[in-house]
Design a protein around this ligand. Structure first.
Ligand code: NAD
Length: 246
């Protein structure tokens, strides 16, 4: 049990990679607080699945990109669980378009949800972790945050921002035992990538030396390493999970 009696707060975890991270942590004894935009049947089913693993789990409806809402939900989680040991900044969206056709709305939406959300949660959770003199912050970047991608200037910029935010956080909070790391997944099989045209998905698989998309579990395994004491001297790092795609 790598995370016995710890509490993790995971944003956007009703489905996809966030849900798998929650399941992976819960199997290691971790209590789970997760957010999503709405707590609908899908989110309730995730909550039930997590609770069945014998841990405490609560789902919170909260827009991660809203500064006040993020601070309010962190306050509520701290009141409900008494501590927050692990923060996973997972909530994310795409609004793909070639640069010259990209609207201001597409740019703002992606930067706000993907990058500002991570700031909101780090800003509100950090005082709790600093008081505890321990904590692990994990933020979801992307292979395109390192390499760029045609048609995803907004998404790539937001994910590059996550890396700079992570490295700065690691430098600011390290002296009090708080670590911060990013995961940069490649092509992972979730609802987000299922929305891509089939031709684009086939092209991805051709570009990947391991010749397949990754699974949410394969990302969750790396998150578990970063959340636990197995990575006690790893901070300010970006771990790529991409089948050698880069
Ligand atoms: P997904 O679309 O399957 O799930 C994302 C979840 O975030 C959804 O439940 C959604 O409702 C929630 N969400 C969106 N906006 C939110 C907001 N403002 N507040 C709270 N919740 C919000 O996506 P996924 O594939 O599981 O991706 C998870 C993370 O991993 C994202 O940050 C994504 O950018 C990143 N990522 C995914 C891939 C991939 O190939 N799937 C690759 C690299 C990085």
């Amino acid at each position: 049990m790598l995370l016995q009696n710890k509490t993790a707060l995971i944003t956007g975890a009703a489905r996809g990679i966030g849900k798998q991270i929650a399941l992976c942590f819960a199997k290691e004894g971790c209590n789970i607080a997760f957010t999503d935009l709405v707590i609908d049947d899908v989110a309730r089913a995730t909550e039930t699945e997590l609770t069945a693993l014998g841990i405490i789990c609560r789902a919170y409806a909260s827009d991660a990109s809203d500064y006040d809402a993020a601070h309010a939900v962190v306050k509520q989680v701290q009141a409900d669980f008494g501590r927050i040991d692990i923060l996973v900044n997972n909530a994310g969206i795409t609004r793909d378009s070639l640069l010259l056709r990209m609207t201001e709305q597409q740019w703002d939406a992606v930067l706000t949800v993907n990058l500002k959300s991570a700031f909101n949660f780090i800003h509100s959770v950090a005082p709790i972790m600093l008081r505890q003199r321990a904590g692990s912050i994990i933020s979801m970047s992307s292979v395109v945050g390192l390499n760029g991608n045609a048609g995803q200037a907004n998404y790539a910029a937001s994910k590059a921002g996550i890396i700079a935010l992570t490295k700065s956080t690691a430098k600011e909070l390290g002296s009090r035992g708080v670590r911060a790391n990013a995961i940069a997944p490649g092509y992972i099989l979730t609802d987000m990538t299922a929305a891509l045209p089939e031709a684009v998905r086939e092209e991805f698989v051709k570009m990947i030396p391991l010749h397949r998309g990754g699974t949410p579990q394969e990302v969750a395994n790396v998150a578990l390493f970063l959340a636990s004491d197995l990575s006690s001297y790893v901070s300010g790092e970006v771990i790529q999970v991409n089948g050698a795609m880069a």
